[in-house]
Design a protein around this ligand. Structure first.
Ligand code: PLP
Length: 384
C-alpha cells in the first residue's frame, strides 16, 4: 500500500480514501445490476468529500458511464479530468450560467419551459445542440416538471431545434423507508412517460434509482440507468437492507492523533461549559482534532473514538481544535497514537452510521462536514 500526500508535515487529522475499494465497489454494484443498466456516478460535493479529481479518475477507470454533479464549478473541475466524458448537471441553472453549458459541453437538467427556451438559444449560438435530461417530479417536490404536466415539456423539448433530449429521470423522496410511496413514484413516472408521444425510451437514459432505490429496482420496464452516490463509497443508505448483499467496502476513514495524555483527579470538570465531571481519578487523552475538522459538536459527551483498538468515550464538549476522551482503562496510550473517528482499528470499528447518529445527522452530511483543514490521503494500490 502506498500513501501519497501533498503535505510533508506530520498528519494531525486526516481522511484516508481507499481508491481500490472504490473501484471494487463500482464493479460489485454493476455486477449486481442487470447488464443493460448504465452507471451514473454521482460525484457532487467534491465526490461526497472524498475529493473529486482522484475519485472521478478512478471511477472513469472502473467504467462509469456518465457523471452527475451539482453545479458548474464541479462540472468545470470534472471537465478538466475527463475531456469528452458525459457530465450531467443536477441543479437548476442560474440566469448567467447558461452559456457555460455549451462551453463545458454539459448535459443540463430541465424542469421548466423557460429553461428549454434558454438552452435552445445557447444551442443556437454554439451551433451545436444542447443535450438535456427531462426531470419529472413524481413526489419529491423539488426539481422537475410535475408529472401530470410532463408531456407538455417533453413536446417542447422535441420541438426545440437546438435542444436534444438525452434522458428522462425522477428522484425518490423516501426510497429507504417508504417502499409504497416509492412504488407510487415509479408508477407516476411511467405513466407520465407513456403520455409522451413518440418517445423512444431505448434511445435515452431512463433513470430513477439512487443508492437506496436499488432496493426496489425494477429490472423489467424502461429503466436503463442508476444514479449512485453513497453506495459506491461503501456506505449503505440504511441497515437491514438487500443492498447489504452487495458487499461494498467503506472507502473513507477518518483519523486523528493523541496530542496529550494526562491524569486528573475525580470531580475535575472537563471542557467548555463544565458539562462533564470526572467520576473517578482518570487519564484523559486530548485529540488533535475538533469541530473545525468535522467532529460535530453534537458528539460532546456522546461519541466514541478508537485508541489501541478500544472504544473511548468523548468527555465534555468537543472544541474547535481539540477533543477530550477517557483513556483510563486503555493501557499505554501515548502522545502521537493514531485515533480512529470513523473506520477500523485492530478488531474494532466505528461505522460512519454510528458516527453520524452521535452527530445527530446522516452519513451524507457527515462526509460533507469533513473540513478543508483535513487532508485526504489516497491509498492507491490495486489491492486486488
Ligand atoms: C445526490 C443524488 C443522487 C445520489 O444519491 P445517493 O443516495 O447518494 O446514492 C442521485 N440522484 C440525485 C438527483 C441526487 O441529487
Amino acid at each position: 500500500m502506498s500513501l501519497s500526500s501533498t503535505s510533508r508535515l506530520p498528519l494531525r487529522c486526516w481522511a484516508e480514501i481507499d481508491l481500490a475499494a472504490l473501484e471494487r465497489n463500482l464493479r460489485l454494484i454493476r455486477g449486481s445490476l442487470p447488464t443493460h443498466m448504465r452507471y451514473v456516478a454521482v460525484v457532487k460535493a467534491d465526490a461526497y468529500g472524498h475529493g473529486l479529481p482522484q475519485t472521478a479518475a478512478r471511477l472513469m477507470h472502473a467504467g462509469a458511464d456518465l457523471f452527475a454533479v451539482a453545479n458548474l464549478a464541479e462540472a468545470a473541475a470534472l471537465r478538466e479530468i475527463g475531456p469528452g466524458w458525459p457530465i450531467l448537471l443536477l441543479s437548476p441553472l442560474l440566469p448567467e450560467e447558461d452559456t457555460y453549458v455549451a462551453e463545458y459541453d454539459l448535459i443540463a437538467t430541465v424542469s421548466t419551459s423557460d429553461e428549454v427556451e434558454r438552452l435552445n438559444k445557447v444551442g443556437a449560438a454554439a451551433d451545436r445542440p444542447v443535450t438535456v435530461h427531462l426531470k419529472i417530479d413524481t413526489g419529491m417536490g423539488r426539481l422537475g416538471v410535475w408529472h401530470e404536466e410532463a408531456e407538455k415539456l417533453y413536446a417542447q423539448i422535441v420541438g426545440a431545434p437546438h435542444v436534444k433530449l438525452g434522458g428522462v429521470f425522477t428522484h425518490f423522496s423516501s426510497p429507504d423507508d417508504d417502499s409504497k410511496f416509492t412504488a407510487e413514484q415509479r408508477r407516476r413516472f411511467l405513466a407520465a412517460l407513456s403520455r409522451c408521444e413518440g418517445i423512444e425510451l431505448g434511445q435515452l437514459f431512463v433513470h430513477a434509482d439512487n443508492s437506496a432505490g436499488l432496493e426496489t429496482l425494477e429490472s423489467a420496464g424502461p429503466f436503463n440507468a442508476v444514479r449512485i452516490g453513497l453506495l459506491q463509497f461503501g456506505i449503505l443508505p440504511h441497515s437491514q437492507s438487500l443492498l447489504a448483499q452487495v458487499r461494498t467496502e467503506p472507502v473513507f476513514s477518518f483519523r486523528t492523533r493523541v496530542g496529550l495524555v494526562k491524569d486528573l483527579p475525580a470531580a475535575t470538570s472537563i471542557s467548555y461549559g463544565r458539562t462533564f465531571s470526572l467520576k473517578r481519578d482518570s487519564r484523559i487523552a486530548v485529540l488533535t482534532a475538533g469541530y473545525a475538522d468535522g467532529i460535530a459538536r453534537a458528539m460532546s459527551n456522546r461519541g466514541f473514538v478508537l485508541i489501541r483498538g478500544t472504544r473511548c468515550p468523548i468527555l465534555g464538549r468537543v472544541t474547535m481544535d481539540q477533543t477530550i476522551v477517557d483513556v483510563t482503562d486503555v493501557p499505554n496510550v501515548e502522545r502521537g497514537d493514531e485515533v480512529v473517528l470513523v473506520g477500523k482499528q485492530q478488531s474494532a470499528e466505528i461505522t460512519i452510521g454510528e458516527f453520524s447518529r452521535w452527530a445527530d445527522t446522516i452519513p451524507w452530511e457527515t462526509l460533507c462536514s469533513v473540513t478543508k483543514r483535513v487532508p485526504r490521503i489516497y491509498k492507491t494500490s490495486l489491492g486486488l
